[in-house]
Design a protein around this ligand. Structure first.
Ligand code: ADP
Ligand code: ZN
Length: 724
């Protein structure tokens, strides 16, 4: 038999399908080891056939790998083909999306662990009522079957071994499975759906459209709707995928999911080790776990027979990939939903303008949840005019309104969250005498001062620089550390409230596997009064004692030079405000701005999504911005400037030809240096296009795929979220 094999080398020269001889029982999708260019490389069987066009004596033979199941399911192969065709990336690169790295390299470590299983039903055991841990462990085993002893001991210390001594439990040593969440425990909560939630669930079932947009205000109970849909699938034996932004995989969320679905759920997130990731993936592949939960990449979960796909916070920018292949999560999800004949549920309090338009146009179903659970009102948003504060001589980052509310909040024993858009102690270092700005040597962006480490850091590549005592240009000693970051806010806050326990959460404090988990846990347990943070704290968290949210620099995101800046600002304010007053007490929000008349801020403070949308969509229509058009950037990057320029020239000639032949389809066409001309020592050039008609898109991809070479990466970005 002949196998058509893709070798796992992501280069354009090897980007084709090779014929090999294979065993008769070779299964499509399985992993093989293939002799290739004098080496043995991993490969994947895409198809099998009886004969090859190659002369038989030239064909080599592949060695099968001893996997229990083929690594790639039929659906994975189907999706891979679609993605490869759409984004014109090497096939090997696409296949990697579907596989944990350890599967590809075959370095999966084996672990043995003790597993416990019941020897007889709990009803037949003679256990004292006071033996809580034994009872607990026994009941757990009855409900969940065979379980890792270490896990059981973490909840019911000593229970299992006592049961074993009595002969009620059998312990066996078995290979596998690392449980990354063994420390996560929670009570299982059974909830009765509110009428709004029930109506949402019913609509998802009855409405015939594939895509269901759930537009529910923050705290309206969307999560419960998702979990109900997933639980229904599970009871029918169907699988499901639940996508959330990485940042929303909070401790509360994890424990909620664990409590609800136990081992039926595989939770994938960036904090997992490669081994843990493999285990979770394998549980999905074998069907032991039927629910895949995770960030963007979980959309590639090896599940079959999908009953529902859910994308929470659908507007979140983390759903478009920033490295090749730059797939769009929605597109992949839609393909899978269609293929499985299941629903794709998008949820958000602030849907992206693009999505909402499609719902308005009737392409997607639109389900509204306008009320918070128990009809608690949304928090009042108070606008603090910072210009007036400065005029009154207030030079602190806190308006008098915010201070007043903070006093009240802390006196009442409640918690507050202060949000700002920047991190680090200050923004940049500027010489007040000559205007010199400290910049990164390899990135061409200004450095940020970090007080705790007393150094300057580049936020693009992470390089640390020593603090400056004098200006390297003019020798002047008047260096200003302008701007305010989370660190400086936290320090100022401590001065103003010496008694308060302050926590800080940003990229600097959340490194390590459980970095932000720990901070959030501390805050959730009310071991701190104020949490200061960047947008990391904007999403999904549910802290019942938070009654005050301060947005320190609401203007920041309005100044991004991006057509979506209004949309982002609206989303951010709504999300952050949603953290306040989630329990019994009415919440408050203070929004500080230098531009109180701004209409986006006005709509946001009134929670008027509709108003914002109407305003925004007519602005976009007038300016011919997406969704009425598409912005496409072709980015050329590489370590050698000369090689980049060569590649740029090559794509540019072809793109310009496309442009001159189809001028009416373009609104804008320009070649330039990228705004940041070097990141991590890679030079960057771009061709920016604004398309009125996307029919030229496949050709743009083809041109770029052809120009790609060893020295220069040529990538295509559609409506890029980040034009650096
Ligand atoms: P959203 O995701 O829409 O922002 P959540 O799902 O976080 O809202 O729900 C808000 C709060 O309401 C949570 O504390 C949740 O536990 C609670 N909640 C949700 N559904 C119910 C229900 N049916 N009964 C009681 N409480 C609920
Ligand atoms: Zn740098």
């Amino acid at each position: 038999m002949i196998a058509e094999v893709i070798v796992d080398i992501a280069a354009s020269e090897t980007d084709r399908i090779y014929d090999y001889l294979c065993d008769e029982n070779t299964i499509v999708g399985s992993r093989v080891r293939a002799p290739f260019g004098g080496k043995i490389v991993p490969g994947f069987v895409m198809r099998t056939k009886e004969t090859s066009d190659y002369p038989a004596e030239k064909l080599k033979r592949v060695f099968p790998c001893s996997d229990e199941l083929p690594a790639l399911t039929k659906e994975c192969l189907f999706l891979a083909e679609k993605i490869t065709a759409r984004y014109r990336v090497p096939k090997a690169l696409t296949l990697r999306l579907f596989l944990p790295s350890e599967m590809r390299t075959g370095k999966v470590r084996e672990l043995t662990r003790n597993y416990a299983a019941l020897a007889l039903p709990v009803a037949q055991m003679k256990l004292a009522k006071t033996a809580k841990n034994q009872l607990g462990a026994a009941q757990y085993l009855e409900e969940n079957g065979k379980t890792d002893c270490a896990y059981l001991n973490s909840i019911y210390p000593g229970g299992v071994s006592a049961l074993e001594k009595k002969g009620y439990v059998v312990i066996t040593k078995e290979q596998i499975l690392r449980d990354p969440y063994k420390t996560v425990t929670a009570e299982k909560v059974e909830r009765v759906l509110t009428p709004d939630q029930q109506r949402a669930v019913d609509t998802v079932h009855t409405d015939e459209r594939t895509v269901q947009l759930l537009h529910g205000v923050t705290g309206s109970g969307k999560t419960e709707v998702y979990l109900t849909l997933i639980a229904e699938c599970l009871s029918r034996g169907e699988s499901s995928i639940f996508l959330v932004p990485e940042i929303s995989l909070t401790p509360q969320m994890l424990s909620q999911l664990r409590a609800r679905f136990g081992k039926n759920a595989a939770i994938l997130h960036s904090g997992l080790s490669a081994g843990e990731r493999f285990d979770e993936w394998w549980r999905l592949r074998t069907g032991e776990a039927k629910i895949a939960i995770g960030a963007r990449s979980a959309i590639f979960a090896p599940l079959e027979n999908l009953g529902v796909i859910i994308i929470d916070e659908e507007h979140d920018s983390s759903y478009s990939s920033e490295s090749a292949p730059r797939y769009n999560t929605f597109d992949v999800a839609y393909l899978r939903a269609k293929k499985n004949g299941c629903k794709l549920v998008l949820g958000s309090a602030t849907p992206s303008v693009d999505t909402y338009k499609r719902a308005q146009d009737g392409e997607f179903s639109l389900i509204r949840m306008d009320k918070r659970i128990n009809k608690r009102p949304l928090p009042d948003i108070l606008i603090a005019d910072m210009r007036r504060e400065v005029r009154r001589g207030n030079n602190t980052p806190f308006s008098s309104a915010l201070k007043e509310e903070l006093d009240r909040c802390l006196l009442g024993g409640k918690q507050a969250i202060l949000f700002l858009n920047r991190r680090g102690y200050s923004q940049t270092v500027i010489c007040k005498e000559c205007g010199y700005v400290a910049k990164c040597e390899s990135c061409d962006v200004s450095l940020t001062y970090h007080r705790d480490e007393n150094c300057l850091k580049c936020h693009y590549c992470g390089t640390k620089y020593n603090m400056l005592s004098a200006c390297p240009e003019c020798g002047g000693r008047k260096l200003s550390y302008s701007g305010t970051g989370t660190q400086k806010i936290a320090a100022e806050l401590q001065k103003a409230y010496p008694e308060a326990r302050i926590l800080r959460m940003d990229n600097d404090t959340t490194s390590g596997k459980e970095g932000h988990y720990k901070i959030l846990k501390t805050f959730a347990e009310h071991k701190a009064d104020i949490l200061v943070g960047t947008q990391m704290i904007a999403k999904g968290h549910d802290f019942p004692s938070v009654t005050l949210v301060g947005i320190l620099d609401a203007d920041m995101s309005l100044y991004f030079s991006d057509y979506r800046s209004g949309e982002r600002t609206f989303q951010l304010i709504t999300q952050v405000a949603g953290r306040s007053g989630r329990a019994e007490e009415q919440g408050k929000v203070v929004l500080q701005t230098f531009d109180p008349e701004n209409e986006v801020l006005r709509f946001a403070t009134a929670y008027d999504y509709e108003g914002f949308y109407e305003n925004e969509i007519s602005r976009r229509a007038a300016m011919m911005y997406p969704p009425f058009s598409k912005i496409v950037r072709v980015l050329v990057t590489g370590e050698e400037d000369k090689k980049c320029i060569e590649a740029l020239r090559e794509v540019y000639v072809e793109l310009e030809r496309l442009y001159t032949e189809n001028t009416e389809k373009f609104l804008f066409f320009n070649k330039m240096r990228a705004p940041i001309k070097r990141i991590q020592n890679k030079f960057r050039y771009q061709v920016l296009m604004h398309l009125a008609d996307v029919s030229v898109l496949p050709e743009i991809y083809a041109i770029c795929a052809a120009a790609r070479n060893r020295d220069a990466l040529v990538s295509v970005e559609e409506n890029p979220t980040n034009l650096t």
